[in-house]
Design a protein around this ligand. Structure first.
Ligand code: AFP
Length: 338
């Protein structure tokens, strides 16, 4: 019997234990981040359970539909948003929340205020819900400058100022990927324990990948560097084999695969959408932060994604993110075009 392996299996590293361990590196830490994270984890568990029983509970479909009892049904993304907003406020550790679902930023009442700002998309990829494709929650965390006086400028910070970012993917397993600024770790929900257990320690993205991921339906509107890059993926001229195309259309799932297998995910600008589709604060920034923390890169077509400073909370940006070498290739094409 392999006692060492058994010891490993019985020594469970939960996400809370992991974050508490990380905090011991910062003697001034007050445990606030662990409390905040526990509330994010609660939201993820709720959404995970709702997504998995959505068909049963008749949670699918349009907001405003009614159920058998004649009660109004809430769409899953609306419900998820309510759960996250309430969990984050009740943590007592947040001062401003920005959600994809709310037009305006939410300023937390002074009686419940803390020093963290959370930007999030409670249920990204929601157009994929009805066909059972993996979807997810994306979040980024900033610190406020003055806890007594939070302003919208505290939210409009460059992505490089994030103190943590992550996503939770509701797929064949429920996986939470997190970075607090010293690498990336993945945790899988053990439903029998109700705990996220460290299953993917210190994730590093392969330096170069064999997969590209893009909505090719937009190809007729792409700019020259994107067109050239995709052409090279299909018809390489350096003797290398063509790359595989994988596109789910759910950013969390596409980024998760990119992080684990390597490759590049592209949501470029095009003639119809000069800023692309994805939102800077709660899609581009958190994913770019995770990519860099895992040894990859994220580029907008003009600059490092994390250097951008948003002018508005729901601002969009093009993004190319993934393996270091793959992103270097697209950077070179943009540099040549300018
Ligand atoms: P939905 O939430 O409307 O499904 O959008 C998902 C998303 O924001 C992101 O998760 C995907 O990467 C991207 O849009 C897919 O966009 P296209 O459908 O234009 O390819």
């Amino acid at each position: 019997m392999d006692h060492e392996a058994d010891a490993h299996r019985t020594d469970l590293m939960t996400i809370t234990r992991h974050v508490l361990n990380e905090q011991t590196k910062y003697p001034e830490s007050r445990g606030d981040f662990t409390i905040l994270l526990n509330h994010i984890v609660l939201g993820c568990k709720f959404v995970c359970s709702s997504v998995s029983k959505a068909g049963l509970a008749k949670l699918f479909g349009l907001a405003g539909e009614t159920n058998i009892q004649g009660e109004e049904q809430k769409k899953l993304d609306v419900l998820s948003n309510e759960v996250f907003v309430k969990a984050l406020i009740s943590s007592g550790r947040t001062c401003i929340l920005v959600s994809e679902e709310n037009e305006e930023a939410i300023f937390v009442d002074p009686s419940k205020r803390g020093r963290y700002i959370v930007v999030f998309d409670p249920l990204d990829g929601s157009s994929n819900i009805d066909c059972g494709v993996s979807i997810g929650t994306i979040f980024g965390i900033y610190l406020v400058k003055d806890e007594e006086n939070p302003t919208i400028d505290d939210v409009l910070q460059a992505g490089k100022n994030l103190v943590a970012a992550g996503y939770c993917m509701y797929g064949s397993a429920c996986t939470l990927v997190l970075s607090t600024g010293s690498g990336v770790n993945g945790f899988t929900l053990d439903p029998s324990l109700g705990e996220f257990i460290l299953t993917h320690p210190n994730i590093k993205i392969p330096k170069k990948g064999k997969i590209y991921s893009v909505n090719e339906g937009n190809a007729k509107n792409w700019d020259e560097p994107t067109t050239k890059f995709v052409e090279k993926c299909k018809f390489p001229t350096d003797g290398s084999p063509p790359r595989s195309l994988r596109y789910i259309g759910s950013m969390v799932a596409d980024v998760h695969r990119t992080l684990l297998y390597g490759g590049i995910f592209l949501y470029p600008a095009d003639k119809k959408s000069p800023n692309g589709k994805l939102r800077l604060l709660y899609e581009v920034f958190p994913m770019s932060y995770l990519m860099e923390q895992a040894g990859g890169q994220a580029f907008t077509g003009k600059q490092r994604a994390l250097d951008l400073v948003p002018g508005k909370i729901h601002e969009r940006s093009p993004v190319f993110l993934g393996s270091y070498v793959d992103v270097e290739e697209i950077k070179a094409l943009y540099a040549a075009a300018n």
